[in-house]
Design a binder for this molecule. Sequence first.
Ligand code: ADP
Ligand code: AMP
Length: 210
Amino acid sequence: MFMGTVGEAANKEANRSLSEKKPTVVFVLGGPGSGKGTQCAKIVQHFGYTHLSAGDLLRAEISSGSENGTMIQNMIKEGKIVPSEVTIKLLQRAMTESGNDKFLIDGFPRNEENRAAFEDVTKIEPAFVLFFDCSEEEMERRVLNRNQGREDDNIETIRKRFKVFLDSSLPVIDHYKSRGKVRKIDAGRPVEEVFESVKDVFTSKNEKAD
Ligand code: ADP
Ligand code: AMP
C-alpha cells in the first residue's frame, strides 16, 4: 500500500516533467506486417527520433518476468488489445528514460480508448500520424515470412489481429484524419520506395502541421 503510493507519486512526477518537456510525438499506425518497424528503424537513422514500439515494450515486459507478464502474453497470443494503463505506463517510462525529445510511437494507439487515455494522462498530442496502408494479402505474406519466432505470427492469430485492426484501430486513424493529421503512405511497395515517401513527410513542413 505504502509502496503503491510512493510509486504513484513518482509516476505522477515523471509524467509532469514529461508533459512540461512537450516532446514531439509521431504515431506510426498500420496493420500487422505493414512495415512499421522496418520504416521506423530508417526514420531513426535519418531523423534522430527514438523508436518506441508498443508491441516490443509489451514483449520486453513479458520477458522481464513482471507480474503482468502472463496476462500480456495471453492477450498477445489472442491478438487482443492489452489494457491501456499497462501500455501507457510502459510508453511513459520509456520516454522519460530516453534523453530524447522526439519519439516515434509505433503500434499505439490501437483503439479509441488508448487514444483518449494517452492524451488525458500525458497531455501530449501527436504532431502527425503516419499511416502505412497495405493490403491484407501482402501483410499476411510478410508476417508469415517474418521468422522472428513470434507466438502471434501464425495464421489463426494473424486473422484475429486483422479483425482487431479493422474494428478498433481504423477508427483511430479516422479520428486523426478528421483533424488533418494523417499522412498516408502506400506501404505495399518495396522498402526503399516506401521510405522515399516517408522521407517526404519528415522533410516537408508538414512535420509540424496541426
Ligand atoms: P510491422 O512492424 O508493421 O508489424 P515489420 O516492419 O515487422 O511490420 O515488417 C513485417 C515483415 O515484412 C518483416 O519481415 C519485414 O522485413 C518485411 N517487410 C517490411 N516492409 C516491407 C516491404 N516494403 N516489402 C516487403 N517486405 C517488407
Ligand atoms: P505488434 O508488435 O505491434 O504487432 O503487436 C503485437 C501484439 O501486441 C498485438 O496484437 C497486441 O496483442 C499487443 N499490442 C501491441 N500494441 C498494443 C497496444 N498499443 N495496446 C494494446 N496491445 C498492444
